[in-house]
Design a protein around this ligand. Structure first.
Ligand code: SF4
Length: 495
């Protein structure tokens, strides 16, 4: 039986559909972020039921699709007018409809999403349901909708589902897609019946709309090498694939160098000369902007699809932690615990006021604030200022003092082949400051922002001793982020 989710998988790639239906173990299983999105989807699903309160839910019974469809039929026959997770089978295609509601004009179906805008695969989600329901001809259909989160919604008191969601009709799209859906189902059935794995070339579809769980199975092993064409900075994937398909898979095979961007040319040069490419002028341009004391600063944030605090919007970045290292003058050498200020909010309270107050207390009143990718920190500060109007002047004043440590790297001031075409701090740090255990993210239990965000949210459900452990690990991670900035900046001064 083909489910709606395997249909969507097949829309993305016939091969991943075949691998999935044949229970082939993924080489790239969903990461923490994907699992968090799944749990966000469940939270949103629960709230969406309040659009039609008092409805009946068809329970999920793994492997018992017929039974689920039977229960749905019983509900309809009993005259129930709002059904959650109504289940239907037509021609071996199984769908669960998030919400169904009967009106005077007939049944409306709703597909609920935890994102803030409609994407084309959402429309296909609905189209396959529309196809099954139309083909079954069991009920009168009126309309089909995609329900997404209203990103302008700001929580106050209880969540009103009418205001929380945007509801858009996609009936016409579903109608227009009927023929395509029918043909795709036919195609997928014949693929499912085939014993051989389909031959599909790699392409942009491997990453969009979802990163494929069989990525490493299909993509060449050497795409992570520093001279791989796939490591060229900011070249779009289509162009990389076009080069790759012409046999140009490494830097040495590139003939048309004129078409490359300045940074891409630097990448090639660094690789060929097996040397770090340094442009002192560009580094000096950056250094000239810096004034002591330097505040090396970094936020960690979490997001909630369903806001839990007043004035919180869906998926809004909520700063809950910061780390701050202060270097008073250029001769001052810091170790990781020197001149260090750090803060993590209580996991069960709105973090915004406490973090803003702590920042204002601990930031030096003058000097440069250095961040890595400053727009994130500055946006967070702007949103803290909105939330704490009485602190807004102090907070906005901080934003005037930022410089961005990524700038000399992104501008071509310093390039090392080990960056592999990325200027993220996780790539820059080990190349600029190698073989230093104190500066090694790999030694940490929490080693990236996504993990930090998940860890903070998990504390909501952890016992006290585990909470302490998580806080310790979070402190270690964020502390390294700002100490890494200090170490990278010292390296720039050296060169
Ligand atoms: S990696 Fe690409 S080609 Fe391979 S199964 Fe996934 S989507 Fe298909």
């Amino acid at each position: 039986m083909i489910s709606k989710s395997s249909f969507i998988l097949g829309q993305q790639c016939n091969k991943s559909f075949w691998l999935n239906i044949n229970n082939i173990e993924p080489t790239n299983p969903p990461d923490d972020g994907a699992l968090e999105r799944l749990s966000a989807g469940n939270e949103v699903g629960d709230i969406s039921k309040e659009l039609f309160p008092g409805g009946r839910e068809v329970p999920y019974m793994p492997g018992e699709q017929d039974k689920m469809a039977e229960i749905t039929k019983e509900y309809i026959e009993k005259g129930i007018t709002s059904i959650y997770e109504a289940s239907f089978i037509y021609d071996d295609i199984f769908v669960r409809v998030d919400l169904m509601n009967k009106t005077d004009k007939g049944w409306d179906i709703y597909e609920v999403k935890s994102s803030t805008r409609i994407r084309s695969y959402h429309e296909y989600d609905v189209s396959v349901q529309w196809y099954v329901l139309k083909s079954l001809n069991l009920i009168d259909l009126n309309d089909a909708f995609v329900v997404t989160l209203n990103n302008q919604f700001s929580k106050s008191d209880n969540i009103n589902p009418i205001k929380f969601f945007n509801i858009d009709s996609v009936k016409q799209i579903a109608e227009d897609n009927l023929r395509e859906v029918k043909e795709k189902i036919h195609e997928l059935k014949s693929i499912a019946a085939n014993a051989d794995e389909p031959i599909i070339e790699i392409g942009p579809h491997c990453k969009k709309p979802h990163s494929c769980v069989y990525f490493d199975r299909c993509w060449p092993e050497d795409i992570d090498k520093m001279d791989s064409i796939f490591r060229l900075y900011r070249m779009n994937l289509k162009k990389k694939l076009s080069l790759y398909n012409q046999g140009i898979d490494s830097f040495s095979k590139i003939q048309d160098e004129d078409s490359l961007s300045p940074i891409q040319k630097i990448q090639l040069k660094a690789y060929r000369e097996n040397n770090t490419i340094i442009n002192k002028e560009k580094i000096m341009d950056f250094i000239d902007k810096v004034q002591y004391p330097i505040s090396y600063f970094d936020f960690e944030t979490f997001t909630d699809a369903v806001p839990i605090y007043d004035m919180q919007r869906p998926h809004m970045q909520m700063p809950f932690q910061y780390s701050l290292h202060v270097q008073n003058n250029k001769d001052e050498k810091l170790n990781i615990f020197d001149n260090h200020f750090e803060f993590i909010a209580k996991h069960d309270e709105d973090p915004r006021r406490s973090i803003a107050e702590s920042m204002i207390e601990n930031f030096p009143k003058t000097g440069t604030i250095m961040a890595y990718n400053q727009s994130f920190e500055k946006n967070c500060i702007n949103s803290l200022a909105k939330f704490c109007p009485d602190l807004a002047d102090d907070l906005h004043a901080l934003n005037e003092r930022f410089v961005d440590l990524i700038e000399p790297f992104r501008n071509g001031g310093y390039y090392d082949s080990k960056f592999k075409g990325s200027f993220s701090i996780k790539k820059v740090l080990p190349a600029v400051c190698p073989n230093d255990d104190e500066l090694d993210y790999k030694q940490l239990e929490i080693s990236n922002g996504g993990m930090a965000s998940s860890a903070f949210k998990e504390m909501r459900y952890q016992p006290k001793d585990q909470i302490e452990h998580t806080r310790t690990k979070l402190f270690q991670y964020c502390r390294l982020d700002t100490y890494a900035m200090y170490a990278i900046y010292q390296k720039l001064l050296e060169v």
